[in-house]
Design a protein around this ligand. Structure first.
Ligand SMILES: [Zn+2]
Length: 193
């Protein structure tokens, strides 16, 4: 399939499905709008790095979120039919309507001097009605530090977090780490706008 056709197919799915399904955020009950209706104030931290990360997500061909994608005007979580999930990522662990799992919010970060990227907290709810459970994660790049990594492994093992590490030739001497919580049940917002 041609790349353009592929992207168009993806882009057409979530909007059509959601238009009939909901107008209110299933997480907080706020009013849904489209990504294109909200401005990204780049003088402030992004409200949702999954939508506005100001690098590759700004590429018009980015398939996950388009101008038509639904986003909540209150909590800024956004839906993508690509993965059939509502997702939000933010540099602050306190920026989420549904508080992050404590094990993720309190994940031991390396010393600031060793961190070489954003520290990104993320939360997702599966299904267009957000009834498929919620899951959270935190991730970052940092300069290799066995001490810091040991602390992360210890925290992950004692809190049932899945820890993954990765490296890249373009980031020598650094490790990317992410810790993900188990999926847990979520009851969609009972109050709708
Ligand atoms: Zn919301």
């Amino acid at each position: 399939m041609q790349r353009r056709t592929f992207l168009l197919c993806i882009a057409s799915l979530p909007t059509l499905a959601l238009a009939k399904a909901a107008t209110c955020c299933p997480i907080c009950g706020g009013q849904l709008v489209s990504v294109g209706e909200l401005a990204d104030d780049t003088s402030l931290p992004s409200k949702n790095l999954d939508v506005w990360n100001r690098s590759y997500h700004g590429d018009p061909s980015w398939p996950f979120f388009q101008n038509e994608s639904p986003v909540c005007s209150r909590c800024y979580i956004a839906y993508t039919g690509f993965s059939n999930k509502w997702t939000k990522s933010n540099e602050s662990a306190d920026a989420f309507f549904v508080p992050l799992a404590q094990a993720v919010a309190s994940f031991p970060l390396p010393p600031i001097a060793l961190i070489t990227s954003r520290v990104v907290y993320s939360q997702e709810f599966a299904g267009i009605e957000a009834s498929g459970g919620r899951q959270e994660a935190v991730g970052m790049w940092f300069r290799n530090s066995p001490t810091a990594l040991d602390a992360m492994h210890l925290h992950a093992e004692s809190n049932n977090l899945a820890l993954t590490t990765d490296t890249s030739p373009s980031n020598p001497g650094e490790t990317c780490v992410s810790a993900t919580s188990p999926r847990v049940a979520f009851e969609p917002a009972p109050v709708r706008c």
